[in-house]
Design a protein around this ligand. Structure first.
Ligand SMILES: [Zn+2]
Ligand SMILES: [Zn+2]
Ligand SMILES: [Zn+2]
Length: 68
C-alpha cells in the first residue's frame, strides 16, 4: 500500500513525528524525523524558498563568511 508525500506527492516512506503526515525521504528531516513544514532545522531551504526567503539569505551570508 503506497502513501503519497503531502508536500510533493512522491511515494512516501515515513511519517512526520510532529504532524504524522506522510512524508517522502526528500521532505523528512533525518535529524528530527519531521516533515519540512514541522522541522526547525535549516537543511531543506532550497525546497521551500517561498516559505523562508529571509532565512535563506541569512544562511548564504553566513556561508560566505565561513568561506573567507
Ligand atoms: Zn516530498
Ligand atoms: Zn510535519
Ligand atoms: Zn529537522
Amino acid at each position: 500500500m503506497a502513501f503519497s508525500c503531502t508536500i510533493c506527492g512522491q511515494v512516501s516512506t515515513s511519517i512526520c513525528v510532529s504532524c504524522t503526515k506522510d512524508t517522502c525521504d526528500d521532505h523528512l528531516c533525518i535529524l528530527c524525523k519531521s516533515c519540512s513544514d514541522c522541522c526547525q532545522h535549516e537543511v531543506r531551504l532550497d525546497e521551500r524558498p517561498d516559505i523562508r526567503p529571509t532565512v535563506r539569505e541569512t544562511l548564504e551570508q553566513v556561508t560566505e563568511r565561513v568561506g573567507e
